[in-house]
Design a protein around this ligand. Structure first.
Ligand code: UDP
Ligand code: MG
Length: 313
């Protein structure tokens, strides 16, 4: 690290963000003006936008070469776009990761940098408050409550993407080849000295959220399956419990017969419920196995996480 003036790259995935870009440019420029003690760089990753995002980011880069643009060949999703940005920022001393929509205010970045300069390798921005309401909010809360309890690697609730990674952490990220990426989990997994900086999460500055609710659910499911064997373990326990129950029942009827206690030979309802119950458990089991198997399949295929568009001719 150049002790005096480190280079800090700000990695921002963008997908159809034309409505927030002007304000984002202005606020980043103000930040760079006020904090000349860092060599700033912005790495926009255009995740296959269909609006004017690409043109606007390119125009900004012509005005100010500190604004760089990586173009993906299509929409790969936020996690992949972030991976592309981190790869492009590997030569920086540190990389800030954030959303384009200004929910993560750029004004917090100097605090992240300060925590890093004070010795932390990984800095997480922790939300003091959240603006989301309704179903989305309930979903986030549920996710964080359950995730912490279920996974082998606890992640700090109230943290998202926003944060900073020092060079060693960036290197470590570059060596995580998995396709199903869940950034906060990976960040917890790599370890290193970690510091937290509190901030107030803002409302989206303009435009509609680009992560659909379905995507967020898939992302949450990904988080679970990538960081926990609990669903599998739970199956084993259920299996042990159900077979124990079956054994006890069998024993019960044998003893009853031996003692000559008359058993009424109805039991059709019982039979039907037991068979459907067991069938259900087996199907759930196959589903859970399938979740892992599908992920194994995705990893085995070894497809790249993203593809970068060739430069314009
Ligand atoms: N984003 C992206 N690819 C996508 C969807 C979203 O790069 O397929 C970007 C988006 O432009 C924004 C960030 O991911 O910079 C977070 O998206 P959003 O604000 O919609 O999500 P939320 O705030 O609900 O997490
Ligand atoms: Mg957002």
């Amino acid at each position: 690290m150049t002790e005096s003036r480190p280079t800090v790259a700000i990695v921002i995935p963008v997908y159809n963000e034309e409505s927030v870009l002007p304000e984002l440019f202005a606020r980043l420029e103000a930040l760079f003006r006020e904090h000349a003690d860092c060599g700033w760089r912005v790495v926009f990753v255009n995740d296959g936008s269909r609006d004017r995002t690409s043109e606007m980011a390119r125009a900004q880069g012509l005005l100010d070469p500190r604004f760089q643009l990586v173009e993906l060949s299509r929409n790969f999703g936020f996690q992949s776009a972030l991976a592309a940005g981190l790869a492009a920022a590997r030569d920086a001393d540190a990389a800030v990761t954030m959303d384009a929509d200004l929910q993560d205010p750029p004004e917090v970045i100097p605090e992240l940098v300060a925590a890093w300069r004070a010795g932390a390798e990984v800095v997480r921005a922790v939300r003091r408050s959240r603006q989301e309401t309704g179903v989305r909010r309930a979903g986030f809360d549920l996710f964080h409550a359950v995730f912490g309890k279920l996974t082998d690697i606890p992640i700090e609730s109230n943290t998202g993407t926003f944060g900073l990674l020092g060079r060693p952490a960036l290197e470590a990220f570059a060596h995580l080849p998995e396709r199903h990426r869940f950034f906060p989990g990976l960040r917890a997994w790599i370890g290193f000295a970690t510091a937290d900086v509190e901030y107030d999460r803002q409302e989206r500055a303009a435009g509609a959220p680009k992560q659909t609710f379905r995507r967020l659910v898939r992302y949450a499911v990904d988080g679970f399956f990538s960081f926990s064997y609990l669903p599998l373990r739970f199956l084993t326990y259920t299996g042990i419990f159900v077979s124990g129950l079956g054994f006890a029942l069998g024993l019960f009827f044998i003893v009853k017969r031996l003692l000559g206690i008359e058993t009424a030979s109805t039991g059709f309802t019982t039979l039907v419920s037991v068979v459907t119950f067991l069938g259900g458990i087996q199907l759930i089991g196959i589903g859970v196995l399938g979740e892992y198997l599908g992920r194994v399949y995705d990893e085995v295929k070894q497809r790249p996480i993203y593809l970068v568009k060739p430069p314009r001719r």
